[in-house]
Design a protein around this ligand. Structure first.
Ligand code: HEM
Length: 357
């Protein structure tokens, strides 16, 4: 017994000495906040500015959704065959060219807003886009804390057109586009978790701010659940390019999301995210890191991930929307059954639009 206790003490003291031997690389910035690298200090004033004036005091609202979409539309402009600099800020620097691409419809709003912030901070457009996206996502409860690397050089040229997927593209075309940029089908599914904090303004122009799931201000798995339900209605006019029927009043469904949820190449991965928040967070975090580094040399960037705020945990649990049952699920994974979720009580769920801010 005495010997065991003695061994434990030796172990603990040894461990403490090891910890002391490698001092953490902590830099204290001008305002007293700390980060692993002094180079990251420039980010704190930008963080404060965007939380206050872009994200309305730290909300997970319209500007966060738009800023997250922008991280994708800038980065996916990357193809080893066709050109494009990836996550280089070209969508802002060469906005007159890129915002005119059909798949970038509506993105000019957030490009214009972010330009104002860029003008008052010393940071490249490529860094700013990815930083704003990572900070924005941290405002959404249930989200992972995304990574952020600093140091992208200015964009050299606009990305070529036709690199951003469209909601009316086939699954084969979408997977091929992502594969060209370096993503597996599972990573495509992971990236689509972004649509859990998302709405459409331009798919049906008559109903701006119509969400893709019933909880657009939290990073949960409701998007993956609800896209798997049988579509029964159009929330607005219907007949729009890239839109298919959704299961809930006030909710819009993209044809691409519907098809990827049901395609044999992606359906099982999709279903695996229905009731596994830890997996949802880890695969989204990993695929977003990859996206944010497209076209960049990671070795030349500084890891400033510790500047990104830690998101709040999720309150609720995965559920079927009120008024639905497992009979409404169009299960598509041949290997395993759809998880046995229960429906929320009360009258059928109807989803309000995301308010403009
Ligand atoms: C198959 C690939 C994808 C397609 C076809 C697609 C398509 C779309 C479309 C059509 C909209 C609605 C735009 C509007 O009408 O306002 C949208 C919104 C959005 N997308 Fe995607 N998307 C894809 C992948 C992604 C990825 C990989 C991300 C981020 C990592 C992303 C993030 C978002 C966000 C956050 C919104 C909401 C924007 C807002 O609420 O203002 N999307 N997407």
């Amino acid at each position: 017994m005495a010997f065991k206790f003695f061994s434990l003490v030796v172990l603990v003291v040894g461990a403490l000495q090891t910890v002391r031997a490698v001092p953490p690389k902590v830099a204290t910035c001008a305002d007293g906040r700390t980060t692993a690298h002094a180079a990251c200090c420039v980010l704190f004033p930008i963080l404060d500015d965007i939380q206050e004036s872009l994200f309305d005091g730290g909300e997970c609202g319209e500007e966060v959704h738009e800023s997250l979409r922008l991280t994708f539309h800038d980065a996916i402009g990357f193809s080893p065959r066709l050109g494009g600099g990836g996550a280089d800020g070209s969508i802002i620097t060469f906005d007159e060219i890129e915002t005119a691409f059909h798949a970038n419809g509506g993105i000019d709003d957030i490009v214009d807003v972010q330009k104002g912030f860029l003008a008052r901070h010393n940071i490249s457009a490529g860094d700013f886009i990815q930083f704003a996206g990572a900070v924005g996502v941290s405002n959404c409860a249930g989200a992972p804390r995304l990574n952020f690397f600093l140091g992208r050089p200015p964009a050299k040229a606009a990305s070529p057109d036709l690199l951003v997927p469209e909601p009316f593209d086939s699954v084969t075309k979408i997977l091929a586009r992502f594969a060209d940029a370096g993503f597996t089908p599972n990573e495509v599914v992971a990236l689509l978790a972004s649509h859990t904090i998302a709405a459409a303004d331009h798919v049906d122009e008559t109903i701006p701010g119509t969400p893709f799931d019933s909880t657009p201000s939290v990073f949960d798995s409701q998007f993956f659940i609800e896209v798997q339900l049988r579509g029964t209605l159009f929330p607005g006019t219907g007949g729009n390019q890239g839109e298919v029927q959704s299961p809930l009043r006030g909710e819009i469904r993209l044809q691409s999301d519907h098809d990827i949820a049901r395609d044999p190449r992606t359906a099982c991965e999709w279903q695996s995210l229905v009731d596994n928040q830890a997996k949802l967070q880890s695969v989204f975090k990993a695929s977003m890191l990859k996206l944010s580094l497209l076209g960049q040399n990671k070795a030349k960037l500084v890891d400033c991930s510790d500047v990104i705020p830690v998101p709040k945990p999720l309150g609720g649990k995965p559920h079927l929307p009120a008024g639905s049952s497992l009979r409404d699920v169009q299960a598509a994974c041949a290997r395993s059954p759809f998880p046995r979720l229960t429906a929320e009580p009360g009258p059928a769920t109807s989803v309000p639009p995301v308010p403009p801010s």
